[in-house]
Write a new protein. Structure first.
Length: 330
């Protein structure tokens, strides 16, 4: 069997209401050299029946059913192990691709820059997939005086420096990876939940290889009450994972590169202060989470170290000057 150009993994868990639209958006791609791996994580609705309908009508579709519920990130990696394509994309079962998404991303990956990963733009949509805003990550580009409506291919560290203002630059579905490189990186880190996509993006950018941003809007991201990402945003889980992931990434970056911009030093101090505040109320803040999630977070928390002393001293010095200026105006 010939190797497909692209493997699209579609993780599913009780997504019957939206899955047909997601899968049809893949069928409609202008790039038709793909395989689709639907990985069902123990759905109790009709998701599996819907996926089986697509496998019967289109040989490019395959369905895998996990024997037990693996959870979101482990399900992503389970699907990744089944992929055979040169490139890998992911599409959540309640979102959709626009019809040139794969073609544009493949073109970027095969351009002379040979980027490690290519990302396209995303539109935030309502429950009917009607767009209402650009993805929030575009604000980071605008603040850096870059045009998100232009195609850009830049070294990873340039993108990396924009990544610490509580904004994820690209959506989890808006990326195309070289399969072998993604496997070398270990796929998605299973110790994280919804923020595992943030962690993967940061690990990609840490490599400092060329990264492509496409002006093409390739992904429609559905906002819906009650979804896992919606629950995640409402819980302390979001703040814990976000702070821990960014702190761990900054430590890796500083250990390897040593060079920190003034803004990165400020961000590191701010994130560390946020983390210290969360940690003081750990018992209260994590009490509502499932035990396995709570245990994973606590295990990761034990590995976190603070900013290096020069960064901390700079922060204390700045705070001291601000306090003295404030007193002088009183």
């Amino acid at each position: 069997m010939a190797q497909p150009l692209v493997s699209v993994i579609v993780p599913v868990y009780n997504d019957a209401a939206f899955l047909p639209e997601a899968l049809e958006s893949i069928v409609s791609q202008t790039c038709n050299d793909f395989e689709v791996i639907v990985s069902d994580d123990g759905s109790s609705d009709h998701s599996r029946d819907i996926a089986e309908q697509f496998t019967r009508r289109d040989a490019r579709f395959r369905l895998y059913v996990n024997p037990t519920n693996l959870g979101m990130t482990r399900n992503w990696n389970s699907a990744l192990t089944q992929a055979r394509g040169r490139y890998v994309a992911k599409l959540d079962a309640d979102d959709a691709f626009r019809n040139e998404a794969l073609e544009r991303l493949v073109e970027a990956m095969e351009s002379r820059q040979r980027p490690l990963v290519a990302y396209c733009r995303t539109l935030s949509c309502d429950q009917q997939l009607v767009p209402f805003a650009s993805f929030i990550g575009e604000w980071a580009l605008i603040r850096a005086r870059m045009d998100p409506l232009s195609d850009l291919c830049l070294p990873g560290h340039i993108w990396y420096r924009m990544s610490f203002d509580d904004i994820q630059l690209w959506h989890s579905n808006a990326q195309l990876h070289r399969r072998e490189r993604l496997l070398e990186m270990g796929g998605w880190d299973e110790s994280w939940g919804c923020a595992s996509d943030t962690d993967l993006i940061l690990r990609v950018l840490e490599q400092n290889e060329p990264i492509s941003h496409l002006s093409y809007v390739g992904v429609l991201y559905r906002h819906r009450p009650g979804s896992l990402s919606d629950q995640y945003r409402r819980q302390v889980w979001l703040r814990w994972e976000s702070n821990l992931i960014h702190l761990a990434s900054l430590t890796r970056y500083h250990t390897r590169e040593g060079r920190l911009t003034s803004q990165m030093r400020k961000d590191w101090r701010r994130i560390w202060q946020n983390w210290c505040a969360l940690r003081t109320n750990a018992d209260q803040g994590l009490s509502g989470l499932r035990e396995d999630i709570r245990n994973r977070l606590m295990q990761r928390a034990t590995k976190i170290v603070g900013p290096p002393w020069p960064v901390r001293l700079e922060g204390w010095s700045r705070q001291l000057v601000r306090n003295l200026l404030h007193r002088g105006r009183m």
